[in-house]
Ligand binder design. Structure first.
Ligand SMILES: [Cu+2]
Length: 387
């Protein structure tokens, strides 16, 4: 009987996993981005179990999925792996399912090869160049990945002002300018201010076939795929939007890195409001320029890193020599008395411009791939008042 993952929980863990996380003192919703994953710091041996789970979608439908589990239990997506460049990593991969599976890191030579049902493989590697990686089961592509066998691996450099070991001059300049120039007043980027936006799709017709024990042909899945759920870090709609581990949050002058990746079957066009961002790396390559954009296509199995500058939103009119808490004091003081909805802190959406992805279950809006970022205070360190 597969474990049940309650889609609505912040942690996205099964009940056992949730209790386990609490026992370990981990507060996943609070330790966001890289800080969250450092709880599993390298270079210890780490076991990933390839298993199954019933995963609750945003409309309460339960979908059979495959997943990588660790000591905290199964989750969607799999556990985040975080290393420093040059770390010696040792993984044990257990295959608890009934057909061959594998572990590989896309874009690298790291692979377990096929693991027979019930077997365990050992994978040793040295953490590759700093960047954002997708790990997955590459067998029966794209079926095993779409069934849920995927996760994120982040590698950080040993030091330096950027997330990369060998940044291009433009990207190095961008990060060096943060907190040290008139156009980016405030603080430099620090690794703790990072988020991951992991996109995925679910077509439950295929999951049901696999659950029923059918021998599903991967080429048929690719030819007849109709996504019904769109996930962001394993969640959708309200739950993706309000998970502090997903939504960047800070004052003006506290830049964030956002690592976007797509393990689903359709391309996404994430669009961010309030600030433009800089695209600094794509598919493992640090970009030669730092393009200032507000939307960017992320196709299946692609990655892109965004530097979100957290500047004062240029769309807010008013004297620039006065703090926002004075310029928009009336707006920040607004509170809807019927619903208790506040306008402070300022929140700006990120949604996907491929509109069907904003829905769930064939039309429920806004139940799809959507989140936001929050601006909590001014450059001088004073938080906005809340009504
Ligand atoms: Cu938009």
């Amino acid at each position: 009987m597969p474990e049940h993952i309650d889609r609505r929980r912040f942690l996205g863990l099964g009940m056992t996993g949730l209790a386990g996380a609490m026992a370990l003192g981990l507060q996943a919703p609070r330790v966001a981005g890289l800080a969250g994953s450092s709880a599993f710091a390298s270079p210890a041996v780490r076991t990933l179990r390839i298993t199954d789970a019933m995963v609750e979608m945003v409309d309460l439908q339960r979908v059979y999925m495959w997943t990588f589990a660790d000591a905290l239990g199964p989750r969607q997506p799999g556990p985040r792996l975080s290393f420093t460049e040059g770390d010696d990593v040792e993984l044990e991969i257990e295959n608890a399912l009934d057909q061959p599976h594998a572990f590989a890191v896309a874009g690298t030579g790291i692979s377990s090869g096929a693991i027979a049902p019930g077997d365990t493989a050992h994978v040793s590697f040295r953490a590759p160049a700093p960047g954002t990686y997708i790990y997955l089961d590459p067998l029966a592509a794209p079926l095993n990945r779409l069934m849920g066998l995927h996760g994120v691996m982040v590698v950080l450099p040993k030091d330096g002002p950027t997330p990369y070991a060998s940044p291009t001059p433009a990207v190095r300049r961008l990060f060096e300018d943060l907190g040290s120039t008139a156009h980016f007043p405030g603080e430099p980027w620090v690794p703790e201010r990072s988020r991951i936006w992991h996109f995925h799709t679910v077509d439950p017709r295929w999951n049901a076939r696999v659950e029923a024990g059918d021998d599903v042909r991967a080429d048929l899945v690719a030819a007849d795929y109709l996504p019904r759920y769109f996930l962001l870090n394993g969640q959708s709609g309200y739950f993706a939007m309000h998970d502090p581990a997903t939504a960047p949050r800070g004052r003006i002058g506290q830049p964030h890195l956002i690592r976007l990746l797509n393990t689903g079957m359709v391309a996404h066009s994430p669009h961010i409001h309030g600030n433009h961002v800089f695209a600094v790396a794509q598919n493992g390559v640090v970009l030669p320029d730092a393009r200032f954009i507000d939307t960017w296509s992320v196709g299946p199995m692609e990655t892109v890193d965004w530097l979100h500058p957290f500047i004062r939103p240029p769309d807010i009119a008013g004297p620039e020599d006065r703090p926002l808490r004075e310029v928009v004091a009336q707006e920040l003081a607004y509170r809807d008395d019927d619903y208790g909805i506040r306008q402070s802190p300022l929140a700006y959406p990120m949604h996907c411009h491929n509109e069907p992805s904003q829905t769930a279950g064939g039309g429920n809006y806004p139940g799809g791939l959507v989140t936001h970022w929050e601006l909590t205070g001014d450059l001088d360190g004073v938080d906005f008042p809340t009504a």
